[in-house]
Ligand binder design. Structure first.
Ligand SMILES: Cc1cc2nc3c(=O)[nH]c(=O)nc-3n(C[C@H](O)[C@H](O)[C@H](O)COP(=O)(O)O)c2cc1C
Length: 140
């Protein structure tokens, strides 16, 4: 069964661009093997990740990601059965905090500060859909 899981977490301490690259590179390698696709958004010290794939594979990966000391305060914000993937071409795309992306984040945010913990699952899904539609995802 194909599902999409969206969760948020906070960066633990200061993460350098090298740390982020390490996370994305490992994700791309592993996810390709596991048939998992998705995107990782980083803004305002908050990770927001969309994981798509078989429900058991995504569950297992999520529990492994939880053990990573580079983030904290994880919260599942959406878990949905889906018919097709949004990120079929991305084993793990990266969405960075460019000015154009910030505007889109705010479009879906109740607060002026981007805070996905306060957002509903449908808004988060629409946000990821807009990132794909406007090619705002760095491929991977
Ligand atoms: C926010 C965040 C998201 C991550 N997403 C993934 C992911 O999608 N896939 C993955 O394999 N690892 C992901 N990781 C990294 C894992 O926690 C772990 O470091 C990695 O899977 C280990 O890979 P390795 O066994 O190839 O060294 C993520 C880590 C963080 C902090």
């Amino acid at each position: 069964m194909l599902i999409r899981l969206i969760y948020a977490s906070r960066t633990a301490g200061v993460l350098t661009p090298l740390d982020v690259r390490d996370i994305v590179q490992r994700s791309q390698r592993n996810n390709r093997r596991l048939g998992i696709t998705g995107a990782l958004l980083l803004s305002n010290g908050i990770f927001l990740q969309c994981l798509e794939g078989d429900h058991l594979a995504v569950n297992a990966l999520y529990h492994r990601i939880l053990l990573d000391a580079r983030h904290t305060d994880p919260a599942i914000l959406s878990f949905t059965e889906i018919d097709s993937r949004m990120y079929a071409e991305w084993s793990m795309g990266l969405v960075t905090s460019t000015e154009a992306n910030q505007q889109t984040f705010l479009k879906y945010s109740p607060q002026a500060e981007f805070d996905p913990y306060q957002m509903r699952g449908t808004a988060l899904t629409a946000l990821f859909a807009e990132m794909v539609a406007h090619a705002r995802v760095l491929p991977g």
